[in-house]
Design a protein around this ligand. Structure first.
Ligand code: OFO
Length: 163
């Protein structure tokens, strides 16, 4: 049985993942408005992945016979200073999520909850990939800043991200 403390933290993580989906949707809206459809698509795919993350924890909580509670998903920006600023914000966001997953894992260890530890191992690996993917994209976009033809090339490349 999930402890009350761990259940609260898992439910909070569901909201954080939904918030992540919302953050990336806001970035997609900004990039689409900047006529950068490839980068916007990259963000849309990212947003969909975040929904999958939320659902993984959602299903896990239900499988453990506990109650899912859904918190408030905060408003997010749909304006950024530049495409590079949006991608920089995405990387900072992923670093915060990594810290949150790590804290959740620590709590699962303290509570001696082995199934939660096993479930979270997937997220720990996923966060390594998330930071790597977002970091690479952020780096490419940063390098293209101030060079419109290069920016369009990067836009095309990022638009090839698969759904
Ligand atoms: Fe759910 O990994 Fe990104 O935020």
């Amino acid at each position: 049985m999930l402890s009350d403390k761990l259940l609260a933290a898992l439910n909070e993580q569901i909201t954080k993942e939904l918030h992540s989906a919302y953050v990336y949707l806001g970035m997609a809206a900004y990039l689409e408005a900047q006529n950068l459809p490839g980068m916007a698509k990259w963000m849309r795919v990212q947003s969909e992945e975040e929904l999958e993350h939320a659902m993984k924890i959602f299903d896990f909580v239900l499988e453990r016979g506990a109650t899912v509670t859904l918190g408030t998903v905060e408003a997010v920006p749909t304006e950024y200073e530049s495409p590079a600023a949006a991608f920089r914000a995405a990387l900072e966001h992923e670093r915060k999520i990594t810290a949150s997953i790590n804290a959740l894992y620590e709590l699962a260890v303290q509570e001696n909850d082995y199934p939660t530890q096993v479930m979270l191992q997937w997220f720990i690996e996923e966060q390594v990939e998330e930071e790597d993917n977002v970091g690479r994209a952020a780096d490419m976009v940063a390098k293209a800043e101030g060079h419109p033809p290069v920016l369009l090339m990067i836009d095309h490349r990022l638009g090839q991200r698969e759904e």
